[in-house]
Design a protein around this ligand. Structure first.
Ligand SMILES: Nc1ncnc2c1ncn2[C@@H]1O[C@H](COP(=O)(O)OP(=O)(O)O)[C@@H](O)[C@H]1O
Ligand code: SF4
Ligand SMILES: [Mg+2]
Length: 331
C-alpha cells in the first residue's frame, strides 16, 4: 500500500460535470454512461477508478483522453481546456497516453517490438535519435537490455513482457499522465504484482501520473494514492486510499470490499440487477441494491424516504474524502 500522496494543489487533469450519453438503438432509451462526474488527478498521483463492469469506467477514461467528446461538461489539462480539433488532440495525446487492456490485442503481431515502440515517435514526427528513445523506453519498462527485445515479435514474449512493450510504447513519448484501462486483467497473478510495481516506480522516478481503471478494489489498494468508486456513471465515493479502503462509507464500496479475500468479512451479495445506464433509477441510483436500505439501517437513521426519492449530491473533484450517500452523511 502507498502511504504518500505527491499531488500538487493544481490538478494535472480535471474533469468537471462530465456527461456522456450514447443514443439507444432502435428507439431504446439512451445510455447515460457517464452521468455527472468531477474528477481530478494531481501531478505524480496515481488514482484508481473502480467499479463493476458496465459502470462507465472505460467511457470516462476515453473521455478524459479526448477519444469521446462529452455530451456535457469539460476536461482540463494543466489548466487548459481540452480542444477537440485534430491538432489539439494530437498534441494532447503526446502528453496523455493510453495503455490498453489487452496486451495481445493492442500489439500488431507482424510488428517487432522496436516498431511497436517507435510507432508513437513516428506519428509525432520525433526529431531526435529514435533508436536511443526506443531503448530508453524499453529499459524504463523493465525490458533490459533493450536491444535484446528489438527484433522480437509479440508471440515470442510472455504476457507480462507484452504488457511492458505496451507500456514502453506509451513511455516513449514522455507523457505526463498515463491512463491504464484494466492493465493487468489479462495477466497471471504472478506477473500482476510486477506490472503494478513498474507503474509505482514510474511515478516515483519520473513523477508520472496515472489513472488506473480496474474492477478490482484489491488492485487499487496496492497501487493507488487515491481511489474513486464509480456506480452507474457517477463517482459515489472518493478519497485517499487509506480513508476509502480502511474506513469505507458508501454501502457500495463496503460491498465491493467485503468480497476481497483479505477483508475477512462475510461477502455482501448485491441484490438486483447490475447497472444499466439506460435505466438510471430515481432517488439514490444504488437504492434497489443497497444492503443498508434493505436491512432497515437507513430507516433507523431517518433517511429511507430520501434514499428512494432524492439523489445524493454530486461529488466535487479534489483530494478530500467524500461520499454520495444520505445514510453515510447522516449517521
Ligand atoms: N460506443 C458505445 N455505444 C453505446 N453504448 C456504449 C458504448 N460504449 C459503452 N457503452 C455502454 O456504456 C456503459 C458503460 O460501459 P463502459 O464504459 O465500457 O463500462 P466499464 O468500462 O465500467 O465496464 C455500458 O452500458 C455500455 O454498454
Ligand atoms: S443513499 Fe440510501 S440507498 Fe443510497 S447508498 Fe446511501 S443508504 Fe443506500
Ligand atoms: Mg471497461
Amino acid at each position: 500500500m502507498t502511504t504518500t500522496t505527491n499531488a500538487s494543489p493544481v490538478p494535472l487533469l480535471s474533469a468537471a460535470e462530465l456527461n456522456v450519453t450514447f443514443p439507444g438503438r432502435r428507439g431504446a432509451p439512451s445510455s447515460r454512461a457517464v452521468d455527472g462526474v468531477d474528477l481530478d488527478i494531481g501531478a505524480g498521483e496515481i488514482v484508481a477508478l473502480v467499479g463493476e463492469s458496465g459502470c462507465g469506467k472505460t467511457t470516462l477514461a476515453r473521455t478524459l483522453l479526448g477519444l469521446v467528446p462529452p455530451s456535457r461538461g469539460r476536461v482540463t489539462f494543466a489548466g487548459e481546456p481540452l480542444g477537440y480539433g485534430a491538432r489539439s488532440l494530437k498534441a494532447y495525446r503526446k502528453r496523455v497516453q493510453l495503455v490498453l487492456q489487452d496486451p495481445s490485442g493492442s500489439l500488431n503481431p507482424r510488428h517487432t517490438v522496436y516498431d511497436a515502440v517507435a510507432e508513437g515517435l513516428r506519428i509525432h514526427g520525433h526529431q531526435g535519435d529514435e533508436r536511443a528513445a526506443v531503448a530508453e523506453a524499453l529499459s524504463r519498462a523493465g525490458l533490459r537490455p533493450p536491444e535484446r527485445f528489438f527484433l522480437r515479435y509479440p508471440h515470442e514474449l510472455s504476457g507480462g513482457q507484452r504488457q511492458r512493450v505496451v507500456i514502453a510504447g506509451a513511455l516513449v513519448l514522455e507523457p505526463e499522465l498515463i491512463v491504464a484501462d484494466e492493465p493487468v486483467a489479462s495477466l497471471d497473478a504472478s506477473v500482476r504484482g510486477e506490472i503494478l510495481a513498474l507503474l509505482l516506480s514510474l511515478r516515483d522516478e519520473l513523477g508520472l501520473s496515472a489513472l488506473v481503471v480496474t474492477h478490482d478494489l484489491g488492485l487499487a489498494w496496492n497501487i493507488a494514492d487515491r481511489v474513486a468508486v464509480m456506480y452507474l456513471g457517477r463517482i459515489v465515493e472518493t478519497g485517499p486510499v487509506e480513508d476509502v479502503l480502511t474506513d469505507p462509507q458508501h454501502p457500495y464500496t463496503r460491498a465491493l470490499l467485503s468480497v476481497l479475500p483479505e477483508s475477512g468479512q462475510t461477502p455482501v451479495v448485491l441484490m438486483g440487477e447490475p447497472p444499466d445506464p439506460s435505466r438510471v433509477p430515481g432517488g439514490c441510483r444504488f437504492h434497489a441494491r443497497c444492503q443498508v436500505l434493505a436491512s432497515g439501517e437507513a430507516a433507523r437513521a431517518g433517511v429511507e424516504e430520501r434514499c428512494r426519492t432524492e439523489s445524493p449530491p454530486v461529488l466535487t473533484g479534489g483530494p478530500a474524502a467524500q461520499v454520495a450517500c444520505h445514510w453515510a452523511t447522516a449517521k
